[in-house]
Design a binder for this molecule. Structure first.
Ligand SMILES: [Zn+2]
Length: 250
């Protein structure tokens, strides 16, 4: 079974779906990553691990490191630049509209013929415009290319461990307990060295006290199944059966 995970920035794949991707790879699926940008506009670390000009290349290498940790077999980048975060903290999409992005994604889907795609949720997790754009463009490309099945991550459920980044309009169809691949997910998080301080800072603010990276990494990941307009009866149970006893309905 071939699965592609499409995200806006290096690190989204690990933060939101890393344990599940690792579990799918461990159980024989061919898992590929597609990243819309190289995260050029993000943070470079505290203290900075590289110059702003080097950040894209450094984050590309970080994503390749994470892909190895998770057992992914391919990494591809779309040719979009991640806009810099505004001085007031404003976030921006990497293209003006999905129309610019959809054909790029379609050409990757048409080359790989994935059985399923995994991408951002309809709320962009915490409303990030680049995540919202990736969600819309990926689902539209999946429909146009006839990908049998699409899933969005960080779907909402009552006991979601990080409500701030749950997609409120995407009720979870299933939740995956990723204890079995937790160490692989943690290793992938550690690959994203430029983002480590940000991960810890956000989680510490949420918790109200300093937390180590190990405690930033979630042990459950949640997904919503999205219709792509194609028959999904054969493909969908396939991915779920690979995840097996790690899945619980929600
Ligand atoms: Zn992101």
């Amino acid at each position: 079974m071939k699965i592609l995970c499409l995200v806006a920035h290096p690190d989204d794949e690990t933060v939101f779906a890393g344990g599940t991707l690792a579990l799918l790879a461990l159980r024989g699926a061919k898992v590929g990553l597609v990243c819309c940008t190289r995260g050029e506009g993000g943070e470079a670390g505290e203290p900075p691990l590289c110059s702003r000009a080097e950040l894209g290349a450094v984050r590309e290498a970080e994503l390749r490191c994470a892909a190895r940790a998770l057992g992914c077999s391919s990494v591809e980048f779309l040719p979009f630049r991640d806009p810099d975060v505004g001085t007031d903290g404003s976030l921006y999409p990497f293209a003006p509209s999905p129309e610019e992005v959809v054909p790029r994604i379609q050409s990757i889907f048409n080359a790989h013929h994935p059985d399923a795609v995994i991408t951002h949720g309809s709320g962009g997790e915490y409303g990030h415009p680049a995540h919202l754009l990736a969600n819309r463009a990926c689902l539209e490309a999946a429909r146009l290319s006839g990908v049998p099945c699409a899933y969005t991550f960080s779907a909402d459920f009552e006991a979601h461990p990080r409500k701030r980044s749950a997609n409120r309009d995407d009720p979870a169809d299933f939740v995956v307990a990723v204890d079995r691949t937790f160490e692989l997910k943690l290793a992938a998080m550690e690959c994203h060295r430029t983002q480590g301080a940000l991960f810890v800072r956000r989680a510490s603010a949420d918790a109200g006290h300093p937390v180590p990276l190990r405690e930033v990494v979630l042990r459950v990941e949640s997904f919503r199944r999205v219709a792509t307009g194609r028959a999904t009866e054969t493909a969908a149970p396939d991915m779920l059966s690979l995840l097996g006893d790690a899945v619980r309905p929600d």
